[in-house]
Write a protein that binds this ligand. Structure first.
Ligand SMILES: [Zn+2]
Length: 117
């Protein structure tokens, strides 16, 4: 048996990927349909790790820029966004949200996208 050339191997792998892609698409559609037809029994939302955008140094406009709207160098501080997750007890679907309403006493009440049921 002759050894597979690089081109032959690459072709074989591309072919395998194409077959797996069809399987994957079918499986995804099946899961999607199952999740859509579920009557979702949600757990209470729980806080999970904040989404964090790291702080960074903004160098401002290049030296020599003039004008009153010239941007000066400054440090842009880190930003944190609280997140909550809830899971369906029936199908296991997990939803994550960053939306919340601020209630009295700075209590944050998360809101999730409406489901069809
Ligand atoms: Zn469900």
């Amino acid at each position: 048996m002759t050894e597979e050339t690089v081109l032959q191997k690459a072709r074989r792998l591309r072919g395998e990927i194409a077959v797996l892609q069809v399987d994957l698409d079918g499986t995804r559609r099946e899961l999607d349909a199952l999740e859509k037809s579920c009557r979702h029994d949600w757990t209470n939302p729980e806080r999970i790790d904040d989404r964090v955008i790291s702080g960074y140094q903004d160098h401002g406009d290049p030296p020599g820029t003039i004008g009153v709207d010239r941007r000066l160098p400054c440090y842009v501080p880190e930003q944190r966004f609280p997140r909550w997750m809830r899971k369906c007890r029936t199908c296991g679907l997990a939803q994550i949200t960053e939306d919340f309403e601020e209630k009295t006493g700075s209590t944050k009440v998360p809101s999730f996208p409406a489901t069809q049921h």
